[in-house]
Design a protein around this ligand. Structure first.
Ligand code: SF4
Ligand code: SF4
Length: 417
């Protein structure tokens, strides 16, 4: 057994906690999870059945933690997990799972398959079976602070452009501000207009906010690749910046997994509760709406529909807020079938978008989004995650669908009084 495989199997053993053991022992092999996963529904290939993606982890559980499995192992009657097997499973764990959580919603015995895939990635990464794209992104996140290698001077340049365009000044390193806004590298490089939209809305609503030059990145590659130590280090950088600036709250931007990372996994990763609140930008905008602090001068007349990012809606519970905001800003808002908590993933979350090897597959499974959109035929598609937005644009182009993709925050800013 190679040293990396040995470390990987050891990591699998460490990841098998009480919930994982309970989930494996309660699986009744009904196959319902397959019908919830777009990688299965759009390919028809049984290898994409969610519980099957966990087979090496299940075997380690069986051989190490069950009576009959241990007995069979002692008698040399069971097959140990091999490097070749992990190699075969790597695309199933990383390329064909967006950690979207849809399979966990339908399992009749309540198995959180997404939780287990996240755990399995911990062992796969240690065993050297993580995709190159994610390994490089994670390395850049540790060394430069951003998975795309975006350093503060690049953000400064975008801030200057936004300030020129909007005539508003963007606050940086303001001690004692109420809110610290995080950004994803994709927003900084691909959608800097998001920063301008925030500046406009917050100025009108009288929100005290700041960016941090020390820690502005919201995304967390450690979670996507499955290395908790790195994930914890990236969260700690944000905690340190919040403490230094003495802010009351942190805003997770239009990014799905960043919200999961900082809001739901963050305190567990750093081992203590935060001294500040974490809100998603849509939660804050909805609060401002409810307080009458967002005043619009016009409404969007195009027929709009909304793509719920998995980590924000299904995994994060932010479902009502975007609809309240869309009711405020849109004259003609229509829901896609299966919208909300059971929405279908765009196909690029959970690190799949960073994984070049998965490009063909993620475009293939975009057919599910195509059929959801064909059911309502919108003029424009609104979302609240820059990663979704990039893949939605790619998918729509691939399928020849001329539907612009809009940010909800930017749409609101465009209609301010
Ligand atoms: S839906 Fe649940 S019980 Fe059924 S096969 Fe999948 S994990 Fe097992
Ligand atoms: S989390 Fe989503 S993508 Fe991953 S196996 Fe479950 S349904 Fe499929």
């Amino acid at each position: 057994m190679s040293a990396s495989l040995e470390r990987g199997i050891h990591a699998f053993k460490e990841q098998i906690d009480a919930p994982v053991a309970a989930f494996f022992s309660s699986c009744v092999r009904c196959g319902l999870c397959a019908e919830a996963c777009l990688f299965f529904t759009e390919t028809g290939d049984p290898v994409y059945t969610p519980i099957h993606k966990l087979e090496p982890l299940r075997r380690v559980w069986q051989q190490e933690y069950t009576f009959w499995g241990r007995t069979a192992k002692a008698l040399g009657l069971s097959r140990p997990v091999t490097d070749a097997e992990l190699n075969k499973w790597e695309p199933l764990v990383y390329d064909s799972c967006t950690l979207c959580g849809r399979c966990s919603m339908v399992c009749p015995v309540g198995n959180d398959i997404t939780y287990m895939i996240r755990k399995m990635r911990e062992g796969m990464a240690v065993a050297g079976h993580a995709p190159e794209g994610l390994v490089s992104a994670t390395r850049r996140a540790v060394t430069t602070g951003s998975p795309m290698g975006v350093k503060y001077p690049a953000l400064q340049a975008q801030i200057r452009n936004v300030e020129q365009e909007t005539g508003l000044s963007i606050p940086v390193d303001v001690t004692g501000a109420d809110y610290l806004l995080l950004l994803s590298s994709m927003e900084i490089m691909n959608f800097p207009e998001f920063i301008g939209a925030i500046a406009k809305i917050f100025r009108k609503a009288g929100v005290s906010w700041t960016l941090s030059s020390q820690s502005f990145e919201a995304t967390n590659s450690g979670i996507q690749i499955g290395v908790s130590d790195i994930a914890a280090e990236l969260v700690q950088r944000i905690v340190d910046a919040a403490a230094k600036l003495q802010v009351k709250s942190i805003i997770s931007p239009e990014c799905g997994h960043a919200y999961t990372a900082i809001r739901w996994e963050g305190p567990n990763l750093v081992g203590k509760p935060f001294d500040f609140k974490v809100v998603h930008i849509l939660e804050l905008l909805d609060e401002l709406r409810a307080q009458g602090r967002i005043k619009l001068g016009s409404k969007e007349t195009q027929k709009l529909t909304y793509h719920d990012p998995c980590q924000i809606a299904r995994r994060g519970g932010v479902v009502k807020q975007p609809r309240n905001l869309l009711d405020m800003v849109a004259e003609n808002f229509v829901e896609m079938p299966e919208a909300g908590t059971m929405n279908w993933c765009c196909g690029a979350g959970g690190g799949v978008g960073t994984n070049e090897r998965a490009a063909e597959l993620r475009l293939k499974v975009f057919r599910r989004k195509q059929s959801q959109l064909n059911a309502v035929k919108p003029d424009a598609l609104v979302s609240a995650c820059s990663n979704c937005r990039i893949h939605l644009e790619e998918g729509l182009e691939e399928y020849g669908m001329e539907i612009p993709v809009l940010s909800l925050t930017e749409t609101i800013a465009a209609h301010l009084e």
